[in-house]
Design a protein. Sequence first.
Lengths: 273, 433
Amino acid sequence: MVRIFGPLVGLFFAAALFWCFGNGAVQYLTAPAAKTAESLFHKHPHEDFKLASDGVFGRFDRAQLQRGFAVYQQVCSNCHGLKYVSFRDLKDLGYSDPEVKAIAKQWANKAPTLDEKTGDKATRDNLPADHFPAVYYAGQGNPPDLSLITKARHGGAAYVYSLLTGYSDQPAKLLKRFPDAKTPNGLYYNPYFANLNLAMPAPLTSDGQVTYSDGTKATVPQMAKDVSAFLTWTAEPKLEKRKQVGLAVVLYLLAATALAYMAYRNVWAGKKH
Amino acid sequence: MSFPWAQEYKPSHPFMQYLDEKLPLPRFVYNAVGAGYPVPRNLNYFWNFGVLAGFCLVLQIVTGIILAMHYAGDAKLAFASTEHIMRDVNFGWMLRYMHANGASAFFVVIYAHIFRGFYFSSYKAPREMIWLIGVAIFLAMMATAFMGYVLPWGQMSFWGAQVITGLFSAVPLVGESLHTWLLGGFSPDNATLNRFFSLHFLLPFVIAALIILHIWALHIPGSSNPTGVDVKTESDTVPFHPYYTAKDGFGLGVFLIIYTSVVFFAPDQLGHPDNYIPANPLQTPAHIVPEWYFWPFYAILRAFTFDFLFIPAKLMGVLAMFSAILCWFFLPWLDTSPVRSGHYRPLFRKFFWALVVDAAILGYCGGSPAEEPFVMISQLAAMYYFLHFLVILPIVSSIEKPEPLPFSITEAVLGKDDKAVLTPHHAPAPSAA
Ligand code: HEM
């Protein structure tokens, strides 16, 4: 039975697949998929982008994270939230308790409150235990929450950096080949963005836009790099700990496995197999 | 059960003797994975993967139960609760990475285990039942992993659930009702998430029960071996403990080194970035792809792009995808060669390697966008897949002339021994027809 029906079923599927393949091939040869502006002009993130936190021995550069936080605070936080991060998490960046308290208290975007008795809405100062408050953006487009952005995009921090530094005019070649692909009003051309035009105006435009307290010169690439590093931390505050624990675990396992190998050789000694 | 020369459990401590009388659990363990289980002496490292798979299941259950203590199975909270696990729960990040990558490790191990079965035709008599239970375990694993991936309620969770449950709507006549019933709504939502969580919690224990049956069935004929020749004499075997506990212990160490390297140094490498975006029913991701271990089957599903003989393409795809696994159930009767091991089957061996390459190609296409040339390549690869199991294997097994087999395992290991004569007492284990 199996040896009769089996081959029949096999030939049935093979025939159906051959039919699909034939039809697909005809379609492919007669009407090949047209090239799109995205397929020709989309750029991949800079591959040489490196952070101190990369690699097996990677550690966060605390000074850089603090600068990146300044960029977020002074620029990005106007449009983007950071809802999975709380103010007290900032202690990881090297801020002291009073500093964190002050940052939370002075945060321009206040925490919303609701009076249970009257139903009145009001605001209060943020506390260290609060998460960063939600940001409401009235302009065009929906700025995504940035807490996880470096994990939520191919290329991670390198992508964010490339996007922030990648704004340009639309190449003449593109417009010549795809006259309909002109960047629509209210959008901005950026070859690193998947469909080339996004609703975010270039957020980092001039040197010195952000005030750095550690004397580092706030060039555009520097600010872009710092904020990408900061967003790597927000996406995974436990990254450093993960690598530290990982090193200990792998070293331990290497030693244990070496012992296990010797035990195995010992048990099997003289037993051919 | 086992061979006549199996060592007998003889507890020396009075308490153990007492226990053996009232509840012979230690005896059971002794006979299952202790000195009481004689195993061929010539097993290679591919025989390590069964133990590793068992380890993975325990790992998933332990990490999963702790995750479930912190996870919220509610569409509004699920994503945030996973981030809570990653950020606020002590070592929650480690548990989650262990669990998510543990699923991948489990599938790596199980694929090695299954392909071991293909190459050494471990599915043949007298081990058909072990194989059949194994395929059932694999199906349950796929269901478990699919539902687990939905739990964090990211974009891929949601859209993966949308696509895969959508397959049921291809069923003629009742498809739409079946789909709505399975989801508890018209598209994945809270009801879906809740039932998936419940089933994701339950199925691993079903798998554990199936594994017990799998091992039980294994211990009737005992393990096969790389020569495929039946065990004949005591010198063909060694007691499982300490020989294979030691060997598997070393294998487990190597496995753990690789696994922890991924968990601690590249934990998101195997996942998809889109799953770090909260589920959004209004925004379809550019490419919906399942986890890597489903790619070959996903490629087969998507290979059916045109209706065939009035059967809608979608239905064909669903039928083919399930058949791609269901046909494994029939392997013991499709491959009728009396020789088990691929070592002695020159023609079969060539097709085996073709299957390995074919599966890799299918996997690659399944992970790529549904565009040409990937679709055409997966159509050809899927064609080979079905022909391999359903047409080529039956033909090869009838026309192939196998190479000569060693007389016994002992001979294969120690070289020819003229004194070795097969006495009637040691006739090969009866192989069920
Ligand atoms: C056959 C064994 C199992 C497999 C293959 C498996 C697979 C998976 C997968 C692929 C995920 C998604 C991971 C992610 O993206 O984070 C997941 C999540 C989850 N699993 Fe499992 N699992 C298994 C056993 C269990 C068990 C026994 C439990 C609990 C009793 C469990 C509880 C959970 C929970 C709570 C989540 C969601 C949290 C999270 O996303 O990390 N799993 N599982």
